[in-house]
Design a protein around this ligand. Sequence first.
Ligand code: FCB
Length: 477
Amino acid sequence: MSNPASPPAVGVLDQGPELTFPPGFLWGAATAAYQIEGAATEGGRTPSIWDTFSRTPGRVLHGHTGDVACDHYHRLGEDVALMAELGLRSYRFSVSWPRVQPGGSGRANAEGLDFYRRLVDELLAHGIEPWLTLYHWDLPQPLEDAGGWPARDTAGRFADYTALVADALGDRVRYWTTLNEPWCSAFLGYGSGTHAPGRADGADAVRAGHHLMLGHGLAVRALRAARPEAEVGVTVNLYPVTPATDAPADRDAARRIDALANRFFLDPLLRGTYPADLMTDLRGVTDFGHVRDGDLATIASPLDLVGVNYYSRHVVAAPVQGADPVPYRRAPSCWPGSEDVRFVTRGVPVTDMDWEIDAPGLVETLRRVHEEYTDLPLYVTENGSAFVDRVVDGRVDDTDRLAYFDAHLRAAHAAIGAGVPLRGYFAWSLMDNFEWAWGYTKRFGMIYVDYESQARIPKSSARWYAEVIRRNGLAAH
Ligand code: FCB
């Protein structure tokens, strides 16, 4: 379907001048605990919802699990050495909740905390700034058994866990992210059920989204109490949402998806309110009775920075006229109340995830957060692409991924030029890893991982990124 309103996708190395980033720009790469660590039953770690989900037949492609993953738990030294070779200024990792607080309540597990102490010390020894994410989707299974994120109590448990991590690592970690992508936790985990824990109920998804944000607010307070000097933020995944045509019905479809994907989180976190139109759209799903007095003030606790994960754009169209909406509404969906909105493909270049490559969308997204929501420093905490890689003579020449990074870094630079206080950029991902429901079939890494031998091979994109970091900018081409 044609879409004259949106800018052309940038997918190749097109003409570009030399660009320099502001001094001190934080160049990094990101990973997440369940996606790389492995050692699922070692050191006192207990199962998370992703262990249970991935061991349930039919949930993850080919039955892949994170049991071994990149074996990072045992290869921490080697992996930090690779980061140092790339010249990374910062490394964004997540702490596995069930590794440091088995079962999700009670005392800390010293062995689990020691692993992260060693990681952080190793990073600092190499001059790499540790950036710690507290929750990248691995809820301890007993907390799910007690109701999971749709249950209010989980928010309090998250704050307790945060206090325990702040206590153990707060002396050496400056940058903290509470949640990674609460949209995915809530709407993929409890709405469509395509992510752990695999439940499919629209009202539960909305409750989960609220309690995740409540947990975030309580965690911010716990962090501030333990470490007043910490730089605290949250990471949201944002998408520009474009109507397929200018027709009012398509524009309304875009408004609905924008409300669920973006404003559901941005408005409470940065304004302390839920959008009125979102609440109207969700009338048939929930009455928001789970929101208590004071919750929104907690959720909007002041932050030091906002993390934005950007991958692609959504292009949407109104439901097909005359179609019976009932079957759609009953089908598991990550868009409760708007199940029948159609997601449209436009025939522009896509990645191996089938996500449209749309670098201008990053400028749009960053400008929107800055211009409509906040003056806080922004960081791109994830951006990257999956492509099929081939090892030839011991090398991986991933020109497609390199072009994706190049185009998006040019976009990041343009956003800075437009006045966005963008302070850093984290490539997703440092290395190939367990891509959730896709298992090991999708490779996002700058470093290739041979899962048989656990050999690491820096791809062309990694060498290119090292050069970007070295010159604090992009060469002309
Ligand atoms: C994001 C996740 C990250 C990774 C990338 C591809 O949604 O935060 O763990 O899976 O997508």
